[in-house]
Ligand binder design. Sequence first.
Ligand SMILES: N[C@@H](CCC(=O)N[C@@H](CS)C(=O)NCC(=O)O)C(=O)O
Ligand SMILES: [Fe+2]
Length: 359
Amino acid sequence: MIFRQLFDSVSCTYTYLLADPKTGKAVLIDPVFEHHDRDAALVRELDLDLVYTLDTHVHADHVTGAWLMKQAFGSKIALSGRYDIDVVDQAVDHGHTLRFGELGLEVRATPGHTSGCVTYVTSDHSQAFTGDALLIRGAGRTDFQGGDAAMLYQSITEQLFTLPSQCLLYPAHDYAGRTVTSVMEEQRFNARAGGEANQEDFVGFMNNLGLAHPRKLDIAVPANMRLGRPEDPQAFDGHSQASWAPVTLTYANIPQIEADWVAENLSKLHIIDVRSPQEFAGPLAPIEGAALVPLDELRQRLDSIPKDKPVVAVCRSGMRSGQAAVILRKGGFTKLANLKGGMLEWHRLRLPTASAESP
Ligand SMILES: N[C@@H](CCC(=O)N[C@@H](CS)C(=O)NCC(=O)O)C(=O)O
Ligand SMILES: [Fe+2]
């Protein structure tokens, strides 16, 4: 299985990308709204077909990226049917299996942190995505959203601790940089439900957590009841989508543009070629009108680059110019992109260059 663990440092949320390597069918568990571009770039770069986003529960601390993913990939939004949200595409409940290619995830109802919390378990029971039902050495708070400590104790002991002892557990959050645990570890060392703790011990612990409410509670819960759909989707102009060009953000967080589009819109752009003067004068002839600003001079020469048109950074392969795009962004340029594939791609596509004879 293709497996990636992604992190949101603001809410300490983990998002998980799971995919079947044979068919490319993928699911994304607990996507975060603000990381839509990052996660979408990874789905595209790994050439995956996102079939579902799966929220383990209605989160109180961050807004889900489920709706944005649906807009981008047509993925179905799955969530526990117990919340009774009618816009969910796939209401899931205990015993359901969600298929993606040849792989599947079994749904176990694990309420207690919220009334609709579920855990997704791989068909071979080697991995489980516990949401906030079980955290590493901890457990999700039970003081709002239908939380119930006794119920959570039953979910943990009856639904999670009954998985194979080697089963790896992946939570929705960790506030101390821990990434994964196992059933055996949590049975022994979970600070709330492990060791010889019984329901009374657990409930006593949970009733005295004394946590402040999540900062985003009042924004996140209503937004998540809409599955992360902005209140006015018409006014929402796509997530950091550039208005001036079909720019995509790569997983490396670099704005990128295709050579064909640049060739067709050359007069509306400033092309900054960041290769060395030798390369600029060499066989990979530059784009007509390109200004030569070698990468190691770019920081000093930022002021000489006009801001009246969007800037496209160019180099041999598109790697150095990716760094140029980062420097330009830090220098205050907002309409900018890196030429995907650089001059190698430009020449491969036989697009016009400065040395080419006019027809
Ligand atoms: N400080 C965080 C809230 C952290 C929090 O309450 N996390 C929930 C999960 S959504 C929890 O169950 N925490 C249990 C714990 O930290 O022990 C914020 O403002 O967002
Ligand atoms: Fe939560």
